[in-house]
Design a protein around this ligand. Structure first.
Ligand code: BMA
Length: 823
């Protein structure tokens, strides 16, 4: 039995001996109904009303066909949930019994045995409701009535003297993406979306435990463990940290006790590629009169994170120092993994975060239009060395700042800090997504005909929430080492030149601005926290859009409906024409749309990385999807890697060779994001597509730790006389500990003179193949019902590539770019 299990076991046993204990009500027999109707139907908790209606075959699956439209009526209805549960005499014997709701979505009235105990108005808060006096021995009934979030929101919006963009979404403290996004369906749901339980306690209950890192040296880490304890009666209580006891005199009510704790010879938590993300378990217990009352186990990591902003000749730097070293941030943006959050499993969280690690990432941004993620998400980030940029859940609109709203936000911030702050992965709190930018750039004030006073009020409210309420709450509730705050991502909108010289930037000149991909080479910001381009989901996921037999055609209304950007299809096609031959066949179109997306992102990532240390971070938009859709994601709803994810993995390699075409030369860069120096060989080789060596250079080279720079310039004139549209420049850096390779082409894909490759696929074992080709094969696409360890790669003649399959498959088909250029 490992330590955690053993603790959990002892803990439950002790609690069962008359100490504090909890009982989940989630698995009790829940029922639900439309408030207007009488018939109760079976329900699942945690869940949502959409899922329950689907389970009861009342609505169709909104992810399929064009069903999203058919379920819109739900958002205007009220819904009732109820359960009956028995309370024993022993349970009732506890001095205190609380009803604890980890999440109610959103406007709920809680009735216990017919008595209204609480009204709620925020999906992101935890509600603890004292319930003892309303409970009775034997059967009890709990009813939660949910009011329509849209109708309630409309009432709230009336109190604001001007129209709010996309009203009423921003007045409702509920996941904003549920109201529809440019990659997400509109599914404004309701329900008990997290666990419900009864909490029994007599003398005291443990509220938050916050672990503060005071100082770390090679020899020891000094921590302070702060525990919030609420007591029924004042007196002497003992707090133990990993068995070391400290006795305190506590007053009746709320107390915070702080205990010093040391770890000798500490091992640091390191982000991916810098070492292991070492974790320590800290067990905190409260005892009274030698009896255990309550306990909690926390997993922590020892690390420092600083956000550096130093004035320089061009503007101001923006980067993270992790454990004292500047860290180049590589990663992506996270959106909710499902439109119905309770459907996300631990396995899905673990897989998606492992996929980030595998693609050489070290940071992920939890985008502000979704949810504060499940504990499992942060646990997976802790375990995989992925730092989290955590937005608060506000996005792309104007938000009110009346007293009620302010209090509600403060409580929300408090709850989330209490839940999340001990995760070593948590690096930065960020106020919101694109609200500063929306106020300054998006022209809503004109669109909604604001008076001068209205516009002034919007800015005032913005300042109140994001420059006062949230940062003040962080100072109040988070420990000093967990208070990094950045008010808005991006800090400056992409139209303004300062967005490239300071702060973080969302560069949307590509896609929204329809500028060519190559513009990324010029528009390099200090820290790119968003930029992106859409690609289709894999064929399996595309087929899953249909309830019946899939009709794979671009004209099919089902396929069309699974693109939520109003001009999405057109933008994809326009870009495709620039760089590729647009295929007529659907499968090939799907393939090229993925290549196009990967190509755009490769150009962006490489431009950002070459600019290190001017640029110190690149987080593309977006990792994942919440339903099957054409979107900016690199992994589709079913968890399949699109061409982009494979490309990201290559482009994010810690040691990389990159090339930039200058007027008369090709500049070759070496990048090293690790903390180790390498001595190796930098080779450059010009090869014809049929594998003939045309030109070569080779030199010993030294690559310092955490560095970037130009290591070689190849004169353009060196390649005079060669047909560059039928040649590729292969660059490699080879050292005993590291290998990096880059294939550089001299034209757009559509201008390359490719010839038909003949592939050989050898089966090495049931789950391994080796592939080779007679001439250069560009963008080799392996198709089969399995995950390939590499895909959408280029293959040179006279080489071969081994590929691991996640499971054996009968049949593997293969195509390459040549197939899209020739019949
Ligand atoms: C960014 C994000 C999202 C959006 C994406 C693509 O602005 O913050 O709001 O989905 O662009 O348009």
């Amino acid at each position: 039995m490992n330590k955690i299990l053993l603790f959990a076991f002892l803990f439950i046993r002790l609690l069962a001996n008359g100490q504090n204990s909890e009982r989940s009500l989630s698995s009790e027999n829940w029922q639900f109904k439309n408030s207007k109707e009488d018939k109760w139907l079976s329900a699942k908790v945690p869940g949502t009303v959409h899922l329950d209606l689907m389970d009861n075959h009342i609505i169709p699956d909104p992810y399929k066909d064009e069903n999203e439209k058919k379920v819109q009526w739900l958002e205007n209805e009220d819904w009732d949930y109820q359960t009956q549960f028995a309370i024993s005499a022993k349970e009732l014997g506890n001095k205190n019994i609380d009803l604890v709701f980890d999440g109610l979505d959103t406007f709920a009235e809680i009735y216990l045995n017919g008595k209204l105990l609480k009204k709620t108005d925020n999906m992101f808060r935890k509600w603890t409701v004292p319930a003892k006096q309303y409970l009775k021995q034997g059967e009890n009934s709990l009813q939660i009535q949910f009011k329509s979030p849209v109708n309630t929101g409309k009432e709230l919006a009336k109190k604001i003297p001007f129209a709010l963009p996309e009203s009423p979404r921003s007045v409702v403290r509920k996941a904003q993406y549920q109201f529809g996004w440019d990659w997400g369906p509109r599914l404004v749901t309701a329900g008990i979306w997290k666990d419900v339980r009864l909490s029994f306690w007599d003398q005291a209950r443990m509220e938050a435990v916050k672990i503060e890192q005071l100082k770390i040296t090679d020899k020891k880490a000094e921590l302070a463990i702060h525990t919030d304890i609420f007591t029924e009666k004042g007196g002497k209580y003992t707090v133990a940290v990993n068995g070391k006891t400290h006795t305190f005199s506590l007053k009746q009510g709320s107390n915070t006790v702080s205990v010093a704790y040391q770890i000798q010879d500490p091992k640091l938590w390191q982000p991916n590629a810098w070492g292991s993300p070492n974790l320590y378990s800290i067990k905190i217990t409260i005892q009274k009169d030698s009896k255990l009352i309550a306990g909690k186990m926390e997993q922590i990591g020892l690390r420092t994170v600083e956000l550096m902003q130093e004035k320089d000749a061009t503007g101001k730097s923006f980067y993270f120092k992790v454990n004292g070293q500047p860290m180049y941030a590589k990663g992506t943006n996270w959106i909710p993994g499902d439109s119905f959050s309770p459907r996300m499993t631990k396995e899905k969280y673990q897989k998606l975060i492992r996929d980030c690690k595998e693609a050489n990432m070290n940071m992920i941004r939890v985008w502000g239009g979704g949810i504060y993620e499940d504990d499992e998400f942060y646990k997976a980030c802790d375990e995989n060395g992925i730092l989290v940029w955590q937005d608060f859940m506000f996005a792309g609109s104007f938000y009110p700042a009346d007293e009620n709203f302010r209090k509600n936000v403060e409580e929300e911030v408090k709850d989330q800090i209490n839940r999340l702050q001990n995760h070593p992965s948590l690096a930065l709190w960020c106020g919101n997504n694109e609200i500063d930018e929306a106020i300054v750039n998006w022209g809503y004030q004109k669109q909604f005909k604001y008076s001068k006073e209205d516009s002034v009020q919007v800015w005032k409210d913005y300042k109140t929430i994001f420059h006062e309420v949230i940062p003040d709450a962080i100072k109040k509730y988070a420990t000093a080492d967990k208070q990094l705050y950045w008010p808005s991502s991006p800090s400056i909108g992409w139209g303004h030149k300062e967005s490239l010289t300071e702060g973080d930037s969302h560069y949307w000149g590509v896609w929204w601005g329809e500028q060519p991909f190559e513009i990324y080479n010029e528009k390099v910001p200090r820290f790119a926290s968003e930029y992106g381009f859409q690609g289709m989901p894999t064929l399996e996921t595309t087929k899953s859009m249909f309830s019946g037999k899939p009709d794979l055609s671009l004209q099919n209304p089902v396929i069309k409906a699974h693109e939520k950007h109003s001009r999405g299809w057109e933008i994809i096609e326009n870009y495709m024409k620039r760089d590729y031959i647009v295929p007529k066949d659907f499968v090939k179109y799907n393939y090229v749309s993925q290549l196009l997306q990967a190509r755009g992102m490769q150009i962006a990532i490489e431009a950002h990385r070459r600019a290190k240390p001017y640029n110190m971070g690149t987080l593309y938009w977006q990792l994942n999807d919440c339903w099957p859709v054409v979107s900016w994601s690199s992994i589709d709803y079913l968890g399949n890697w699109k061409a982009l994810h494979y490309q990201v993995k290559r482009s994010f390699e810690a040691v990389a060779v990159l090339v930039e075409k200058k007027e008369k030369a090709y500049d070759v860069y070496l990048l090293n994001d690790t903390l180790t120096d390498f001595d190796g060989d930098l080779q450059a080789e010009l090869l014809s597509f049929d594998g003939k060596p045309l030109w070569a250079s080779d030199a010993a080279d030294h690559l310092p730790a955490n560095s970037s720079g130009k290591h070689l310039a190849i004169e353009e004139s060196d390649f005079a006389g060669f047909d560059l549209s039928a040649s590729v420049l292969r660059l490699s850096f080879d050292s005993p500990g590291q290998k990096a390779e880059k294939l550089f082409y001299f034209g757009k894909p559509k201008d390359l003179k490719l010839s038909k490759p003949t592939f050989q696929i050898k089966k090495v074992s049931a789950t391994e193949i080796e592939i080779s080709t007679d001439v250069l094969a560009k963008d080799v696409y392996l198709m089969g019902d399995t995950h390939f360890s590499d895909n959408f790669f280029d293959l040179l003649p006279n080489t071969s590539k081994k590929i691991i399959l996640s499971k054996p498959v009968e049949k593997i088909e293969v195509m390459s770019l040549w197939d899209t250029m020739n019949k």
